[in-house]
Design a protein around this ligand. Sequence first.
Ligand code: 0A1
Ligand code: ZN
Length: 849
Amino acid sequence: MKDASPQTIYLKDYTPFGYVVEGVELTFALAPEATRVKSRIRFAPNPDATDRTFFLHGEDLTLISAAIDGSPVTPTLTEQGLTCEVPDAPFTWEAEVEIAPAKNTALEGLYMSNGMYCTQCEAEGFRKITYYPDRPDVMATFDVRIESDLPVMLSNGNPGTQDGGVAEWHDPWPKPSYLFALVAGDLEARSDSFTTRSGRHVDLNLWVRPGDLGKTAWGMEALRTSMRWDEEVYGREYDLDVFNIVAVDDFNMGAMENKGLNIFNSSAVLASQDTSTDANFERIEAIIAHEYFHNWTGNRITCRDWFQLCLKEGLTVFRDSQFTADQRSAPVKRIGDVIDLRARQFPEDQGPLSHPVRPESFQEINNFYTATVYEKGAEVIGMLKRLVGDEAYDKAVALYFERHDGQACTIEDWLQVFEDTTGRDLSQFKRWYTQSGTPRLSVEESYEGARYTLTFRQRTPATPGQSEKLPQVLPVAVGLLSPGGEEVLPTQLLEVTEPEQSFTFDNMPDRPIPSLLRGFSAPVVLERESDAAEQAFLLAHDTDPYCRWEAGRGLARGSLIASVVDGADPDGAWLDALRAVVTDPALDPAYRALMMGLPTQSELAQALYEKGITPDPDAIRDAVEATVRATADRWADDLRGLSEEARVAEPYAPDAQQSGKRALGTRVLSLVSRLDGGSAAEAQFEAADNMTLKLAALGNLVRLERADDALAAFEAQWKDDRLVMDKWFGIQIMSAPAPVAVERAEALTGHAAFDWTNPNRFRAVMGALVSNHAGFHRADGAGYDFLAGWLARLDEKNPQTAARMATAFQTWRRYDDDRQAKMRAALESLRDKPKLSRDMGEMVARLLG
Ligand code: 0A1
Ligand code: ZN
């Protein structure tokens, strides 16, 4: 357990470490209960530092011996590390420690997963491997020797001697300790190679447990595509002789960009037609790209301290989004990102966990791997690019690589290259990094004598720790349409910098209709009096795919809210207008599928809350169900034709075109199953030759409570495949009728295959319950108690995953008094638990505010 009185760490307190590390040599003698780690580290006084305290981080280590320049020393040990008297000149530190990877259930540092050794060092896991200045601004070259009788032993960099029982690895690129990695086990590889554009030959390996080789083709292809893309688009080449990827079953996050040795959650890399959905394939392609792109944005140029996390994450997410947009459909990717941002980042930014893209303080950095740092961080880069233009963006980024290669940098360094390239003052723009909260942008229009005026007002509500907000730079992309549906003003970028600001457009013979925030050009809430006629017009005519989709979304929201509040019937005019788009064969099926999607129940709860209406989860669920039924009835004559269009005749491929069709088919099946009681779903479940169609069918059957046979068959077929069984666990809860969701989840935690120490399995169950909005928010509070009970239990083994899952409570203040009281009680029960981890302690304190 971590210390009882956690410290808060502040960005403003940054000071450099008193020593530089000139080289690190590590020797690992692997054993599950008693691994010995010897370190030999060359330190020299850091000329840029004043404080010469020699403190090395270290947690859960047994120190066997320590020496300086060959003479034994006795350091002073604390819970967090050690201090020692050291010479005032360069010296060599040597230490030997013992650790127990088999007992490491937190999955940070060196741990074991299914008999295989692996590491996770970001953010502060290296200190659980040996004593070290475990901070990202200390960069060094690493030479690693691994001793064991396992057939495969890997670390960062290029391979050296690989003799029976010993493997040596040399990483020539200085790196911080969080990028260290080691893997050893009985593994098999899919191997390939890549020649960089300057002619370097790179061996590529994707290592998996025996039996999983059949799921590696897609990951390897995605890796090669990513490597080429980064050369072509960003001019970045790979810089080692080998690139290794390893799949592990027990992993807290998606994947990790360790230098030359990426480690992946098996769910984020393994895929096959039979076992993975189209969404899985797309996610894998994006994560492979993300981790690979980190080689330059994260590894070659890293972060000075953890407050700068968005420097590598925002930029790398932005880069992987560009990559996906290039591989697939750019508008579909953009709309998907907006849906995701609103579903995950907006609630965070508008609730008790709100924090700036660059936080100013933390207790546990693991709690800051958030949608704000990652996804809002990426939006900020997108805005910067929009503001300076594509060419200046390319120049500035090239300067960033040239100027900062090999350094540990800050957001100031990043903004400086843009200021130097463009001459622009970015001090106001910087507020995107320092101010938390989602800006609200309202807009009014006027039209007089051929002059059309748009007046914007911005304001950002107070967030924890920030009561006053200053105006930000909001890039607002705008187009104007004539009443006849012609585009009279193609997209223009307006820069809203003032609290209130007007823009005029002359020579407008008719009052135009504005298409605002095209491409979702800034991550704001656009407040505009909903005008159904205008939305229907934009749904029919807008040339901007995002705004067109958003118009449909606005109509859907309006109709659903009216149903929730007044019990109104679904808006027929909206459904007719939407039908015209959804049945338009000229449009991409993937886009039509997006158009058919309704706002989630959680999103509707947020929308109601913002209107000052306390959301009732049961009423929301009923309104959504009634709307889906009404849609099915109204479109009954179109459904057969749509199903036909969605049919894929060619052999399965997870590409954009086919998966777009299947996405459309999945939407249609959900409507059909409202009319036929589930027979089409049953037929699809039987006939499907891929997991996308199988799982879509199964979800409908679960909802209709006629899935017993299908679930049994599915389990019998897939009981030995952990990733598929995660789906089996999840869908039974996610798609269950709300009143029984908690019981389903409870029953499944009693299933023999519910290994709750495996993060994927734990999330499959708990995440599914949370996503069943009305199920989780059941009025008697059973969902809250169930989740809190499991979080308390997991916190003792794996604080990081437990604390992350606790964010399910972040919206608790939205709901009625009774539910609030129950959620508060659940959180307080967690807070009052003895031996709470630092992760969970900080999380619960912030949630309770
Ligand atoms: N840097 C990784 C994500 C990651 C972060 C923390 C982890 O453990 C605490 C693991 C992975 C990425 O952005 O992909
Ligand atoms: Zn990342």
